[in-house]
Design a protein around this ligand. Structure first.
Ligand SMILES: [Zn+2]
Length: 432
C-alpha cells in the first residue's frame, strides 16, 4: 500500500483498510523487497510499479477503485464510518486483484461507490443516537462489525450483547475485534470489554447466553432487537420472542449482504418470512450433517449434544469432543470452513469467509439502526440487498410483504399477541 502521509483522507483510509485486509492476505505499508500481488495506490501518488496497481481515489462523498487514476481525489476525509465503508469495498477489490479466480460476481474494472446510495441522510452520523435498552443477539462476525463501525459514532443508551459461544481460531478470519489471545474466551464479554473504551457513551452489557435462553423472558420484555446471528433457524427463534422491533443483517457467504427491519405494527415481513425453512436450508442441514458425521436431526437441534460431539470427534480427530459440546452447528461448520480443515473432507474448494464482508454487513446494520431511530419514517423499505463487490443499486431496496404461512407471523395468535404487546407507536422507530 502506498500513500502520502500528509493526505488525511488517504491515511484514514489506510488505517481502516489495513485491519480488514490483514485478516485475509499479508499487508505491507512499505515495500520490503518481497514479491507482491497487488499495489494499492491511495490518493495522489505515483505507483511504485512492483505489482499491478489499484488506484483508490477518495472524496467526502464517495470512493473509486480502478486500474487507472481516473476519478478525482480529495485529501479532506469523509466521515470515519464512511471511510470504513470505503475500506470494505477497497478490500474486496484488492482481494479480487490479488487472488482473482473464483469470486462470484466480481467487481467491475472501475468500482465507484457514492455514499448517498449507502446512507440517505449522512447527518445522522454527526448526532448522538440513543438506543434506549437494546439487545444484540450474536457477538460473532456481524456483531463484531457493528461495534467496529460504532467506534466512530456517538451511540447512547445500553446494549446487551448476548452470545453463548467462545472464540475459536476459525473465527479470527472474520471477527475483527478478536485475536489469538482471545481463543477459548467467551465471545460476548470479550467483545464488550474490547469495544467499550471506543464506545464510551453506550453501556455494553455482556450476557454469555443465547438471547432465546435468557431467564425472565415474558410479555413485553424485548423492545428493540439487533440480530447478528449466523443461522436462519436462530433468526426464526428470535422473531418468536415477539420483539417490538427487529434490525437484522446477514451475509450470504461472500456474495451478498441483506439488511432487514420489522416491527409489531407494520404488518410487513418478519424474520420468519425472510428466513423460512426452505429446501436450501434442508440441503444445507444435510451437507453439515454429512461433513460432521452426525444425523440431520442432530443438526436441526441447533446445538451439539454430548453424543453428537463424540460422533464429530470420531470423524474429525483434531477436534476435542468436550470443547464443542453445546456449540451451534452453524458456528462449528463455519469455523471449520474458515480454517480449511474441511477441505480434505469436502474434496472441493470452500470459499473462505472474508472480514470485510462481515464488517460491511455490521456497518450497514449500524446505519439502518441510526437512520430509523434518528429519522423516523425516512426509510420506506424493509429489506436491502447489497453486493460487497459492486455498486449498490436502487432495486436492492425493496418492501417485502408477509409470507402467508410464515412459521412466526403466519400464526394469527402470535401476530395479534405481538401487536397487543406493543400498542404504543412511540416504541417503534419507524413505520416502513
Ligand atoms: Zn413472518
Amino acid at each position: 500500500m502506498h500513500f502520502d502521509r500528509g493526505d488525511v483522507a488517504a491515511s484514514e483510509f489506510y488505517q481502516e483498510l489495513r485491519p480488514l485486509l490483514a485478516r485475509t492476505i499479508d499487508v505491507h505499508g512499505a515495500p520490503d523487497g518481497g514479491p507482491y500481488l497487488v499495489e494499492m495506490v491511495i490518493g495522489d501518488v505515483q505507483p511504485l510499479g512492483l505489482a499491478p496497481a489499484v488506484f483508490a481515489r477518495l472524496t467526502p462523498d464517495g470512493c473509486c477503485f480502478s486500474p487507472q487514476p481516473t476519478a478525482v481525489h480529495s485529501a479532506s476525509p469523509a466521515h470515519r464510518t464512511l471511510t470504513v465503508v470505503a475500506a470494505c469495498y477497497g478490500a474486496g477489490v484488492a482481494i479480487h486483484r490479488a487472488v482473482g479466480e473464483g469470486i462470484p460476481n466480481p467487481p467491475p474494472d472501475r468500482l465507484e461507490i457514492r455514499y448517498d446510495d449507502i446512507l440517505p441522510d449522512r447527518g445522522v452520523l454527526e448526532e448522538a443516537v440513543n438506543l434506549g435498552e437494546t439487545h444484540l443477539a450474536g457477538a460473532g462476525a456481524i456483531g463484531n462489525g457493528f461495534l467496529w463501525a460504532a467506534r466512530h459514532v456517538d451511540l447512547r443508551g445500553k446494549l446487551i450483547v448476548c452470545d453463548d459461544d467462545v472464540v475459536s481460531s476459525g473465527n479470527l478470519q472474520r471477527q475483527v475485534w478478536f485475536d489469538e489471545d482471545d481463543i477459548d474466551d467467551p465471545k460476548s464479554p470479550t467483545l464488550c470489554q474490547k469495544a467499550q473504551p471506543h464506545i464510551p457513551g453506550c453501556e455494553l452489557k455482556p450476557e454469555p447466553e443465547r438471547l432465546q435462553d435468557l431467564p425472565n423472558r415474558s410479555g413485553a420484555w424485548l423492545k428493540r432487537l439487533i440480530v447478528a446471528v449466523d443461522s436462519r433457524r436462530a433468526r426464526r427463534e428470535l422473531q418468536n420472542e415477539l420483539p417490538a422491533e427487529v434490525f437484522d443483517a446477514s451475509t450470504t457467504d461472500i456474495r451478498e449482504v441483506v439488511v432487514h427491519y420489522n416491527d409489531a405494527l407494520s404488518g410487513l415481513a418478519c424474520l420468519g418470512c425472510l428466513y423460512r425453512a426452505d429446501e436450501k436450508e434442508a440441503s444445507q442441514d444435510q451437507v453439515i450433517a454429512e461433513h460432521l458425521g452426525v444425523t440431520v436431526d442432530d443438526v436441526r437441534a441447533s446445538r451439539i449434544s454430548p453424543a453428537a460431539a463424540v460422533a464429530i470427534a470420531r470423524k474429525h480427530p483434531h477436534i476435542d469432543s468436550v470443547s464443542i459440546e453445546g456449540q451451534a452447528y452453524d458456528s462449528l461448520y463455519k469455523a471449520l470452513c474458515a480454517t480449511g480443515k474441511l477441505h480434505t473432507v469436502v474434496g472441493k474448494q470452500v470459499v473462505a469467509p472474508f472480514a470485510f464482508v462481515s464488517v460491511l454487513a455490521g456497518t450497514l446494520l449500524l446505519f439502518d439502526v441510526m437512520t430509523r431511530l434518528a429519522r423516523p419514517g425516512l426509510t420506506r423499505t424493509n429489506e436491502w440487498h447489497v453486493s460487497p463487490w459492486r455498486e449498490p443499486f436502487s432495486q436492492g431496496r425493496l418492501t417485502r410483504m408477509r409470507y402467508v404461512v410464515c412459521e412466526c407471523c403466519g400464526k394469527p395468535i402470535l401476530r395479534s399477541l405481538r401487536s397487543r404487546l406493543w400498542t404504543s407507536e412511540e416504541l417503534i422507530a419507524s413505520k416502513a
